[in-house]
Design a protein. Structure first.
Length: 345
């Protein structure tokens, strides 16, 4: 993209040049989020144009700058896109989204100037801080499936904010989306007693129910009291909803919590939540926010995958190349749940 109102297009550009703090990566597979078209159309925030889009990928290290020590040529890595300068100044390289207040600062402007381009390309220059090594991934038979790891990491970070999952009842609201589907898989892998998948897409709910006997499903009705009863009672509710016209589903998840339960929000709801003070206090509830992930959580998710506890055969990658960006964006917009579009250059 060369301007805010520009369409995404395929372009031949010079190969990236290694710079201090950087790692040159061969892109093996990149997740094309379902909302990428909304990003391109300017509905999710401002992009630091001109830029090569792309928030995350699995890649092979080709070369490293002299001040990079945690990865080496030949390593398989996950690029999370999250560049954190501390003090709440965070950016997603090649994408929309700022940490902290979300308003940005003079420092995030400088960060975006130095680390602008993303990973929807054959080769990418990545900041060393955005890379997590994946030991053993060189033996994985299908790199396209590994492109789902960033979503699994974000979901795992949200669940981790609620404490240990083993033996606890978990609900995922927005489970029929890609982030919600990732949360269902992660909660099962981490030992939840039950996982209630909550959403509106009946076909996607049926697909989640087929994952095993620990999965319950609830199709949202729009009636807050009825939905709360259908969801709970649960110990943990994770909200992974996208933009919604009301906050009723999120508040139904809040209502579904047991005493000392936790609601974690990780999605894209744009509504304010009206939390009753007395109820929050007397039921001793916890409300947490979680944004993106961290290296430790990503590594933990990879270990679950490598050990076979988190089975990536449940996800359904649809691979596309670089040749037709518009068609790829259209396909991503139509793909949801445990299906996702993997860009394989």
């Amino acid at each position: 993209m060369t301007a805010q109102d520009d369409d995404v297009r395929l372009s031949d550009v010079p190969a990236p040049t290694l710079q201090g703090g950087g790692v040159l990566v061969e892109v093996l597979a990149a997740h094309l989020p379902a909302y990428t078209k909304a990003v391109v159309q300017g509905n999710r925030g401002t992009l630091p144009v001109p830029l090569i889009l792309g928030p995350s990928c699995v890649g092979r290290v080709l070369d490293v700058a002299p001040d990079v020590f945690h990865v080496a040529p030949g390593d398989i890595v996950l690029d999370t896109a999250l560049l954190d300068a501390g003090g709440g100044d965070e950016i997603l390289v090649g994408w929309v989204g700022l940490g902290g207040s979300g308003a940005g600062s003079e420092r995030t402007d400088r960060m975006r100037a130095v680390w602008r381009d993303g990973v929807f390309a054959e080769k990418a220059l990545c900041a060393k801080e955005t890379l997590v090594k994946l030991p053993g991934a060189e033996n994985h038979p299908d790199p396209a499936r590994l492109a789902f790891l960033p979503w699994l990491g974000i979901a795992a970070a949200g669940l981790r904010a609620a404490g240990p999952l083993t033996g606890r009842d978990v609900a995922v609201v927005g489970a029929t989306g890609q982030l919600g589907g990732a949360a269902v898989l992660t909660a099962l892998a981490e030992g939840a007693a039950t996982v209630t998948a909550v959403g509106r897409n009946e076909k996607a709910l049926d697909r989640l129910a087929a994952l095993g006997p620990r999965v319950r499903v609830h199709r949202l009705t729009g009636d807050r009291a009825a939905d709360a009863a259908g969801i709970g009672p649960v110990d943990i509710a994770l909200d992974a909803l996208g933009a919604t016209p009301t906050a009723d589903a999120t508040m139904a998840a809040y209502d579904s919590l047991r005493v000392r339960g936790t609601l974690v929000v990780i999605g894209g709801v744009r509504q304010d939540l009206t939390i009753p003070y007395g109820d929050l206090m007397h039921r001793r509830l916890t409300l947490r926010g979680s944004w993106m992930s961290d290296d430790e959580t990503v590594t933990k998710v990879w270990h679950l995958v490598r050990a076979g506890l988190l089975d990536l055969s449940a996800v359904e990658p649809r691979t596309v190349g670089l040749d037709d960006p518009a068609a790829a964006l259209d396909l991503a917009e139509r793909t949801t749940g445990l299906g996702f579009v993997a860009l394989v250059p």
